[in-house]
Every structure is written in structure tokens, then in C-alpha cells.
Design a protein around this ligand. Structure first.
Ligand SMILES: Nc1ncnc2c1ncn2[C@@H]1O[C@H](COP(=O)(O)OP(=O)(O)O)[C@@H](O)[C@H]1O
Ligand SMILES: [Mg+2]
Length: 247
């Protein structure tokens, strides 16, 4: 039996819809998406451009409001929270990594890593800080500003920042989209090891079958709906499904 059926999900979307704009500018980005994310599960979300991947991730992470449906993080329905409650929950329980790194240019790598923890008023776990910095190879770069770091190093700083608060779920939107394949592989291997060693739950949007193959399963979106799912994905299997979707 797989663990999904045995364990309460960390995150769950139920009949999620999201419509942008109104009238003739209306865009139905999500048209009823339901999915569960088990503890320690690494999920990749794939689909053609414009299929709703980023919208789905942002709604799950409480960074975007939903039009209808619910998003459960543990037993809290994000869609019922005030903006302030949402900010508090996000700061501690959810981590986010963006394609464009989103580091603050005037802060050093170390200050960037500590930023989310500091803003959520938590005392950082120094032992965990050390584990992350070493596992991500950032120890010699802690005093550098983002402009002095490679793209791969900047993204590893962003990953450390997102994980320092030990979030229940790490969300990542195309985290390797701006990286060369070698730096991308370093980030992906680290995400995989965080899942395997610490049971970190990860939800990652990607358009790259190589990246998706690091995950435990892949959800495929098309036109705002989940249309397919692959467990234990291989690069070839993901390629084949994507070709069919983009057909
Ligand atoms: N802020 C927005 N305002 C209006 N339409 C949007 C907005 N964000 C996304 N969309 C539209 O919603 C659909 C899904 O977008 P998105 O979730 O970004 O897709 P993906 O990440 O799969 O490329 C697209 O048609 C896109 O143009
Ligand atoms: Mg996107």
C-alpha cells in the first residue's frame, strides 16, 4: 500500500477554481483541481504553458486567493484566513522558492538565508542553519551579496532561506528554470535528499522532464485541470506524457 492512503496529507486542494479578470477578459486558470500531498512526498507539477501550474502552486501556498474550493494545510483551510493570519502561517509553515531567486541584493547570503525566519519572529535553529549551509555548499559564500554569487549559488541561498523555518511544505515554481543543467542538478539533488533524509514535503512546478524525474510522482495539468498522474516517473515516461498533452 502506498503511504498516501495511510497518512493524513500535509496539503490538500479540493475542487479548486481560479478565475482571473471578468467579462470578456475572464480567464479560467483552474477549473476544479483536487489533489493531496502526503508527508515526505516529492510532487512535480507539469503541463503546457498557460495550463495553470503556477496558479495552482500559488493558491496552494496561500500566495494567491482562490475563486472557489478549499486549500487545506494540515487542518487549516487557507481560504478562510484573513490576510494577516495567512502571512503568519506562510512565514512559519510554508516555504517558497521562485524561478528568479528573489534574494534581497543589499543583504549577504547569510542575511538572506535568515530573512524569512527573522521576519516570522522565530529564533533560528543554529544547528539546522549549519546543516543547510553545508549541505548546500554555501559555507564559503555566506558573506557575499547575491551579485557576487552564481545563479546556482543564489538559488541554493533561496532554498536554504525557505527551509530554515522547517516548513511543512516547500513550494518551488520552476526552481531550475534560470539555471544551467549542472547547477540545476545540484538544486534538484538537494531537494531529493531533503525529502529522503528529513521527510521534507516538496511541490515543484517544472516544464523539464529531467527535473520532474527527481520527484515521486508527477501531476499533469492541461487547461486548468489535472488530466494525468505518473508515479515513480522516469524521464522517458514524462516526455511521452508531455508529448501527448502538447500533441
Ligand atoms: N495575474 C493574472 N491575471 C490574468 N490572467 C492570468 C494571471 N496569471 C495567470 N493568468 C492566466 O491564467 C492561465 C494560467 O496561467 P499560469 O498559472 O501562469 O500557467 P503556467 O504556469 O502553467 O504557465 C493563463 O491563461 C494565464 O494567462
Ligand atoms: Mg508558470
Amino acid at each position: 500500500m502506498n503511504q498516501t492512503t495511510l497518512t493524513a496529507p500535509v496539503a490538500r486542494a479540493e475542487a479548486l477554481t481560479k478565475t482571473y479578470g471578468s467579462g470578456e477578459n475572464e480567464v479560467a486558470a483552474l477549473r476544479g483541481v483536487s489533489a493531496s500531498f502526503a508527508p515526505g512526498q516529492f510532487t512535480a507539477i507539469m503541463g503546457p504553458s498557460g495550463s495553470g501550474k503556477s496558479t495552482f502552486l500559488y493558491c496552494l501556498a496561500g500566495l494567491e486567493t482562490v475563486t472557489s474550493g478549499s486549500v487545506m494545510i494540515g487542518d487549516v483551510d487557507l481560504t478562510t484566513l484573513s490576510r494577516t493570519q495567512l502571512t503568519v502561517l506562510r512565514g512559519g509553515r510554508l516555504g517558497f522558492v521562485f524561478q528568479a531567486f528573489n534574494l534581497l541584493p543589499v543583504l549577504t547570503a547569510e542575511e538572506n538565508i535568515r530573512l524569512t525566519a527573522r521576519m516570522s519572529g522565530r529564533k533560528a535553529d543554529e544547528a539546522w542553519f549549519g546543516v543547510l549551509v553545508d549541505a548546500l555548499g554555501l559555507r564559503p559564500r555566506l558573506g557575499h551579496r547575491p551579485s557576487q554569487l552564481s545563479g546556482g549559488q543564489q538559488q541554493r541561498v533561496a532554498v536554504a532561506r525557505a527551509l530554515l523555518t522547517r516548513p511543512e511544505v516547500l513550494f518551488a515554481d520552476e526552481p531550475t528554470g534560470n539555471l544551467d543543467s549542472r547547477s540545476g542538478a545540484e538544486v534538484l539533488r538537494f531537494l531529493r535528499s531533503a525529502v529522503d533524509a528529513y521527510r521534507q514535503t516538496v511541490v515543484m512546478v517544472t516544464h523539464d522532464p529531467v527535473a520532474a524525474a527527481y520527484a515521486d510522482r508527477v501531476l499533469f495539468l492541461a487547461d486548468g485541470r489535472i488530466v494525468d498522474e505518473l508515479t515513480g516517473p522516469t524521464i522517458d515516461a514524462v516526455h511521452a506524457r508531455m508529448r501527448r498533452l502538447e500533441g
